[in-house]
Design a protein around this ligand. Sequence first.
Ligand code: ATP
Length: 435
Amino acid sequence: MQKPAQPMPANVRELMIRHLPARSHIVLEAAGRLADEMGVPVFVVGGIVRDLLLGVSTFDLDLVVEGNGIDFARAFARDTGGQVSVHDRFGTATVTLEEGPRIDIATARKESYAQPAALPLVVPASIQDDLLRRDFTINALAVRLNAQRFGEMVDACNGQGDLAAQRIRILHSRSFLDDPTRIFRAIRFEQRLGFRMDRPTLACLRDAIATGVIGHLSAHRLSEELKRMFAERHPGRAIARMGELGVLRTIHPKLAWSEKLEGMLKRVGHAVAWHERSLPKHKLEVWLLYVMALLEGLPPKPVADILKRLALSKQEAEAIRAGHAHARTVLRRLAKRPAPKPSDVYRALAGFPRETVVFLLASAKSESVKRLIQAYATTYRQVKPSLTGASLKSLGLKPGPQFKKILGRLLDARLNGDVNSDMEERELARKLARV
Ligand code: ATP
């Protein structure tokens, strides 16, 4: 085994002061005091502890109580003036504080799997057991919060050693079979943290894939994992790794890693970065763009099959289909010479979801077409004539189908800079009504 680079702390009180937002720290101390009053051990667990040891600041908190987590959550919400919502089926609760972290609270539990890829059977247990049901050693970490022992590490499987060695390791050899979402999680954490699975973990992952267990995952669980993976900073790397490990083709036999896909993913990355810089207020469903990139160039039948396998919402599927169905024609229209006017660019792109427009930007090869799409996203899309149907009426024009035509022409004129004021618009409207 590789030696850890740093000594492993048995108590992380100092690290918590340094790396947790002050508000989170106060909340954790309050949880510890309440746990003492109720006579139960309470812990902060999982990814938060991993991130704490890596020096990454996190906001939301996961707590585990060795006792009744729901009773604890209710008392905690009472103490802190927070809102509690209880998920009875899972024995968990969420406490939301005003301007504070979201706190998920669970009863320490043990899990067993009746069938591979099914949801587990759950019984209350100790913190050690609770850690042993987790995905990877680096996520099987807890820190005690009770006042006397605040900051005490519970490291069930040498997670700290694996963190130092930058290693993703499962806790037992059936792990990926029990829960194939862990296949996607392993790949996601590898890329996010720059870690690597150790050899036995990788072997188990390949064996699990070979059994076809990913095929048993429900559409919802599969698409949730892909969404989380594609919302990371470097989805392209995770997709490459899925290709290398044969995960892509278990989603659909037509999905495969290729140089073409690599290029597309890079261009999607650049287009998304451009959008974030230029339109920071407009949030994109970035993951959708990566699904579009994966499906690019596939015939309609596999595209339809994959969309069905992922059970995307109607709107999401529509954004993807639009990119597919129209990319070629739209890009050809924009590449025409002489260069299309702003109103032509508007007509070519209007009505597409924002994600589709950014995907078209990623698909465009020529710089001039890219510039037109960028101009549409930042400027043309927002342009409107200042006259409305009501203003046309007040000009004495008769309502009817020609209103729509006139408003369309006014929009074109605004986009092309042929009119620049309300007055000019009014004049043009009168002229158009006379024709
Ligand atoms: P992120 O930073 O992406 O939120 P996280 O580790 O906090 O990472 P969550 O999905 O919020 O991820 O899960 C919280 C914790 O729950 C994990 O750290 C892990 O201990 C446990 N966990 C989550 N998913 C699984 C799973 N599929 N199998 C076992 N344990 C899991």
